[in-house]
Design a protein around this ligand. Structure first.
Ligand code: ADP
Ligand code: ADP
Length: 235
């Protein structure tokens, strides 16, 4: 059973149609890529899955159960974590501190000052290592990391705090070839560890490097939906 399924979903903003009849599945241990040009409806799709927008028609199923999220927090509580392109980080704060930002209330702990800083450093290092991410130093200000490294920290953070589905909004859009490769490698590791991934991208090459399923949107409509085997380049 898919972790997430959209069935025939419509969404409009006033009289602007953003999505019509969109269907897709996100399975554990698989990367579903959503491809499309600007205006195709990719952001709208992310917002529905991550609890920022409701849909007008069709169904959103999570673990087979019809669902409508009232907030991003609800989606997160169901294990759906969205990593946006413009990451919310505090540039001058150390990596480990950014890693724990916003996590305190969920973990039911007291004031941050009373948390064990060494434990948080260690936890951050371990969470990065779990995805094979190597950082020189978790004490450096997060603003000194490359864009790709920041994406990796955000992905490791989502996994550490219990994501079952990673929704990645154009994670490589602002990155060069090497940085993109690094991020995609760690996304594939998360997939190999059993997470479901929705990878939104306008870059078909990046999608093909790691994707298992491909959904192509054109002006809010499904222009294609294929399993990887169906478009294999091998003879
Ligand atoms: P299964 O859904 O059992 O894993 P396939 O992956 O082979 O089987 O896909 C079966 C059908 O679903 C195919 O017609 C394919 O085009 C379509 N499909 C592939 N990927 C997706 C997706 N992400 N969302 C919806 N349908 C898809
Ligand atoms: P993409 O992320 O693929 O660029 P979007 O989901 O942002 O596509 O946009 C799909 C369509 O919905 C476009 O025609 C866009 O102009 C429109 N749209 C997106 N957000 C809004 C909004 N808040 N109000 C009105 N129209 C919107």
């Amino acid at each position: 059973q898919p972790l997430i399924e959209l069935r025939d979903v419509d969404k409009a903003y006033g009289n602007v149609t953003a999505l019509t009849g969109v269907s897709l599945q996100v399975r554990a241990g698989a990367i579903t890529c959503v491809l499309g040009d600007n205006g195709a409806g990719k952001s709208t799709l992310i917002k529905i899955v991550s609890g920022l927008h409701g849909h007008d028609a069709g169904s959103l199923l999570v673990d087979g159960e019809e669902t409508r999220f009232a907030s991003p927090r609800e989606a997160l509580n169901r294990g759906i974590a969205t990593v946006y392109q413009d990451l919310a980080v505090v540039p001058l704060m150390p990596v480990w501190r950014n890693f724990f930002l916003g996590s305190e209330p969920r973990r039911g702990r007291g004031p941050l000052a009373r948390l064990d800083v060494d434990a948080m450093r260690r936890t951050t290092r371990d969470a990065l290592a779990r995805l094979g991410i190597t950082l020189r130093d978790v004490d450096q200000p997060i603003g000194t990391l490359s864009g790709g490294e920041r994406q990796c920290v955000a992905i490791a953070r989502a996994v550490h705090f219990g994501a079952r589905v990673l929704v990645l909004d154009e994670p490589t859009a602002a990155l060069g070839v090497k940085q993109s490769g690094m991020v995609l490698k760690h996304v594939a590791t998360a997939r190999d560890q059993g997470l479901g991934v929705v990878l939104i991208t306008h870059n078909p090459h990046h999608a093909y490097l790691v994707g298992d399923r491909f959904v192509l949107l054109k002006r809010g409509e499904m222009a294609g939906s294929h399993a990887r085997d169906a478009i294999s380049l091998d003879e």
